[in-house]
Design a protein. Sequence first.
Length: 221
Amino acid sequence: MTIAVLGATGMVGSRVIAEAGARGHQVLALSRKPASEDPNVTPIAVDATDAYAVREALAGSPSNGAADAVVLSVRTAPVDQEFLVGATRTVLDIAAQLGIRVLVVGGAGTLRSPDDHDLLVADNPAYVPAELRPIAAAGVAQLRTCQAHPGADWAYLSPPALLEPGDRTGRYRRGTDTLLTSADGRSWISAEDLAVAVLDELETPGPERRITVVHRDESRP
């Protein structure tokens, strides 16, 4: 496949690019300041809110093939909900026109709490302290943007409560709309294993639009 990654230089996007390249896919690395020496990766300078530039990148050119799928993994610091929602809507609009599948790497705040399915993680202080609520709220707004788009082929992948750089083990459990925990009670995964889950979903799409994953311990099936 040719996979476009929007947010290519971020923690998740960079790992998705590495995983996709290792599996032999062609990658379009889209960000404001892209760079890569990998022959399977084509860096393209794109602002996620520039609809014309995004369309040109996804539609392809004589030197770059059109994207078969796009991974949206943009983030801002500090959080900018308006930007995130706008970029998501732009990608969904264009992908729907071009017939391209979209995999949004979103936030854990959109998930249901494991001990109270009526309580979103975004509103659960056990997982989201007050200072992180704006980030969680932006993820919820992003999901609602996806759900309000009738024409796009999208899936929304929520990481567990803790996502950080680490090792690629290839071991994870998959769920849908409820936060998962590992055998030791933690809700976490490495960015490297999240990238494995992203590529697995792109290569073999599941039936659900809501997806979440968590690290799977060797002791747990």
